[in-house]
Design a protein. Structure first.
Length: 526
């Protein structure tokens, strides 16, 4: 007996069947049953044949597998542990899968939210939807991690039935590879697995890296060394210091960047000596910061990363940046005799800023990051802050930005999901940007920002949407009522205003619908 149809063939057959059901058997005949699945009734009408096919196809799709005839049966699935999600939550999930009322991008965010919330509340997916969600996550990798955590026994059992669903077991794997397994991985896969090992046991990861580094090419050595950024600590200094002598520039650059994150290292001490010799504070009434003429780097300085400046950068500027980035930040506060805010206040020309930015981001120093963000917004500093400090810094930046669309970069830098306060501040910023005047600005809010919002912002977002809908209607009337002969020869301002208004309405309507569904999911899963 030959095999049942492959997954792709079954999908195409099912699509043709659904099409016949939608347009009616009077206009198109249902497709014949897949070979050897079942024998169609010879005396059946087109309507009965369609219903027969729907019943058989539904069973095949729910089974999730096309097995060869006569194959050994699958082992019996163990019972599920978690209870199923409530019916209301399942209805929303089915809607999001079959008839999503939001864009494809926000559909993915909605599904991910549903999976995460169900997992946190100890609920599992309904059995009937398992093949559908497994197929969806196979084509959309961003869904895999949240889905894998909510599958339970039946879902994991079903995933083992199809080769293309094998990713499920990789996503739910909690154990790190053994030393022997890691050593036999392809070189391209070792860095990612080394990061997982470092999250659990930094010393073991360091030893594995040191073991294989001499056998790898420059690109692989640099990638492996970069993995040590996870769990970076003083015990990593000997390996990083040895990498300063690597023959490859890329490897030495990675080593220097990681050593920037170790302010107590020997390299940091050497940088501190150079920095103290380079900087001085002068002036009685109004203190100022000055930089001495720096000598050409010697062999030791070049080994520490103070080499030739990139094209277009002055040698003095480049050397100072390396020193500030590599030395302990306490050198500046001691040398200048001020706290971080005082140091930044004295650095009126911003000569210390590039090196400070590198040092603070490498060490995730929250004190310096907070002070620097008050002076100037830089997304790279956000990771150094605690979540409440991140939200506060973003709110301050949004308030000071007025209606500047460029403030979208502020929101993009803050990971979600956001709390109510930041979401409300983001909603106020959105209202300022789009406005309701004659020339609305195009809203630069992307899907990632919309997906981070808290449902608390929904009422305000709907008010803003209503204003944009009025602006759209006004612009549409202006375009429609204008005589054809009145069309300007150049750019059409009315048409441009209409396009902007439609763009804003589309984005806001999609975001409002998404937040409404998020609220329903949370309520249904309680």
């Amino acid at each position: 007996m030959s095999a049942l149809p492959e997954a792709g063939d079954l999908t195409r057959w099912w699509t043709a069947l659904v099409t016949a059901a939608l347009v009616g058997t009077g206009r198109t005949q249902p497709p014949p049953l897949p070979e050897l699945v079942a024998r169609a009734r010879s005396d059946a009408s087109a309507e009965v044949a369609l219903l027969d096919a729907a019943a058989i196809g539904g069973v095949l799709r729910a089974a999730g597998r096309q097995t060869p005839g006569g194959a050994d049966p699958q082992e019996v699935c163990p019972p599920d542990v978690a209870p199923p999600a409530p019916d209301r939550a399942v209805q929303i999930l089915q809607l999001a899968l079959d008839q999503p009322p939001v864009s494809r991008e926000l559909q993915g965010a909605l599904l991910s939210h549903w999976f995460r919330q169900a997992g946190e509340r100890g609920r599992r997916l309904p059995h009937a939807l398992l093949p559908t969600v497994l197929g969806a996550a196979t084509h959309r990798p961003e869904l895999r991690v949240p889905l894998a955590r909510v599958l339970d026994e039946r879902g994991r059992w079903l995933a083992a039935c199809r080769p293309e669903w094998a990713w499920v077991h990789a996503e739910v794997r909690d154990e790190t590879p053994t030393d022997d397994e890691w050593l036999h991985l392809p070189a391209a896969e070792q860095p990612a697995e080394l990061r997982r090992i470092r999250e659990v046991d930094p010393a073991r990861g360091r030893e594995l890296a040191a073991q294989v580094m001499p056998t790898l090419g420059a690109k692989q050595r640099a990638a492996l060394l970069e993995s040590l950024s996870v769990g970076l600590g003083g015990a990593d200094e000997p390996l990083l210091d040895a990498a300063l002598d690597d023959r490859a520039t890329t490897v030495r650059s990675v080593a220097c960047a990681l050593l920037d994150g170790l302010p107590d290292s020997a390299r940091a001490a050497r940088m501190a000596v150079r920095l103290r010799a380079a900087l001085s504070v002068g002036g009685l009434l109004r203190k100022s910061l000055s930089v001495a003429e720096l000598p050409d780097p010697d062999a030791v300085a070049r080994r520490d990363g103070i080499g030739d400046a990139p094209k277009g950068v002055r040698r003095q500027t480049w050397q100072l940046e390396q020193m500030v980035a590599g030395a302990s930040l306490s050198v500046l506060t001691e040398l200048i005799g001020a706290d971080p805010a005082g140091v930044l206040g004295l650095d009126r020309d911003g000569i210390l800023w590039p090196g400070l930015l590198r040092a603070v981001t490498a060490r995730l120093d929250p004190v310096w990051a907070c002070v620097m963000l008050e002076r100037s917004w830089d997304a790279s500093l956000v990771a150094a802050l605690a979540p409440d400090e991140r939200d506060g810094a973003a709110r301050r930046a949004l308030r000071s930005s007025g209606a500047d669309p460029a403030a979208a970069a502020v929101l993009a830098a803050v990971p979600g999901p956001w709390g109510p306060e930041l979401s409300l501040a983001a909603g106020e910023w959105v209202a300022r940007v789009v406005g309701t005047g004659a020339r609305p600005a195009s809203l630069p809010m992307d899907v990632a920002v919309a997906a981070r919002l808290h449902p608390a912002v929904l009422p305000g977002l709907r008010r803003t949407l209503a204003g944009c809908e009025v602006a759209e209607a006004d612009a549409a009337r202006a375009v429609a009522s204008r005589p054809p002969t009145a069309t300007p020869p150049g750019p059409d301002p009315d048409a441009a205003r209409l396009a902007v208004a439609r763009h804003n309405v589309r984005i806001l309507r999609d975001a409002a619908q998404y937040l409404s569904l998020i609220g329903l999911v949370d309520e249904a899963l309680i």
